[in-house]
Write a protein that binds this ligand. Structure first.
Ligand SMILES: [Fe+2]
Length: 336
């Protein structure tokens, strides 16, 4: 399938030149004559790369670049800004707007083709990675879907643990890891037989042994994905306890990664406030009281729990899902 390049330029002669070079190189070319229609074309044409003129009447190339790079749905599309030879300031502003590369007018054929080809092949790797992540999320959701009682648990976990992470001042890469972990933390349950996963009574010792394997299995499933580097410790350690009585490694206190301690607070809260085959849904105050008891027993991180409690007391009621979490990219601007 040929790759698609979107050319956004108000000058007909520039467009014609770019189209001629790119089509001769086997690329499919879409065109837009100004910034506003360029943005609209991104959705309609779904380009693998955008060649964007900076100086256009109305919405400038820099504005278009900034808008596309701020949108989780389009920020991975490479953008090459086309500038005048001496426009150093444009380049600086272009970099600030997130541009991936620059081309200088007058356009030189071999340079254009080389830059376009190299950025498009980079984009193919990103697409592949996205596909791999999407498969993992689908698997995680299919496990969740087996149990009607846990419906929406992964999404709630994802959203609420990010909110708690933001409150704790965690950097964006850790928040992204939390979002991903919220969805895939129990992916290892794919190795747990259904009769055990959906059992209404309490588990036997042998059954517990199988169930306790799920963090390790989950870590193994996600390990090949390099972008999940920060997610793996959360998956592995989301059932540890501060006093060392958790699993799989019996880590204590600070040995348990902070993000795993964040996720487990939200995980437990959500389990308590939703109905399960073996229990009714607890009210917010019942759940927080239960967890406070468990904190004093040495199970959960007292500082993180205190922050969570503060967050919950401002908004009573079970965690509400307002909108689906974007699957691949995390945006800090969603509300709960
Ligand atoms: Fe789990």
């Amino acid at each position: 399938m040929s790759k698609r390049v979107l050319v956004v330029d108000d000058e007909p002669s520039n467009r014609e030149l770019l189209i001629a070079i790119l089509e001769a190189d086997g690329l499919e070319v879409g065109i837009a004559e100004d910034g506003t229609s360029g943005i609209a074309q991104v959705t309609a044409f779904d380009p693998d790369l955008i060649l964007l003129d900076i100086n256009m009447p109305g919405t400038s190339g820099l504005d278009v670049c900034f808008k596309l790079k701020s949108d989780p749905d389009t920020r991975l599309i490479p953008i090459v800004l086309v500038t005048g030879l001496s426009a150093v300031e444009d380049r600086v502003r272009g970099l600030q707007c997130g541009a991936d590369d620059f081309l200088t007018k007058p356009i030189e054929r071999s340079e254009l083709v080389a830059r376009v080809r190299s950025l498009i092949s980079l984009k193919s790797f990103t697409d592949e990675l996205e596909r791999a992540e999407t498969v993992l999320y689908a698997l995680a959701r299919s496990i969740e879907a087996k149990d009607p009682y846990t419906h929406g648990h992964c999404e709630r976990l994802s959203q609420y643990s990010i909110k708690l992470g933001v409150k704790l001042g965690q950097p964006e890469e850790q928040l992204t890891a939390l979002r991903r972990a919220g969805i895939v933390h129990d992916i290892g349950k794919v190795a747990v037989p259904d009769n055990l996963l959906l059992k209404r009574g309490s588990l036997t010792q042998e059954e517990w042994k199988v169930m306790r394997e799920h963090p390790v299995v989950g870590e193994r499933i996600c390990a090949p994905l390099k972008s999940f580097r920060l997610v793996l410790p959360i998956i592995r350690h989301h059932h540890e306890r501060v006093d060392g009585s958790g699993y799989p490694d019996g880590l204590k206190g600070e040995q348990i990664p902070v993000m795993a301690r964040v996720l487990q607070i939200v995980d437990v809260y959500d389990a308590l406030t939703t109905q399960r085959p073996y229990k009714r849904a607890f009210s917010v105050s019942e759940a927080l009281e239960t967890m406070a008891n468990e904190v004093s027993k040495g199970w959960w991180d007292p500082h993180i729990f205190a922050e969570f409690q503060q967050m919950r007391s401002r908004r009573a009621g079970p965690i509400a899902l307002r909108q689906p979490t974007p699957i691949v990219e995390y945006s800090i601007n969603f509300g709960l």
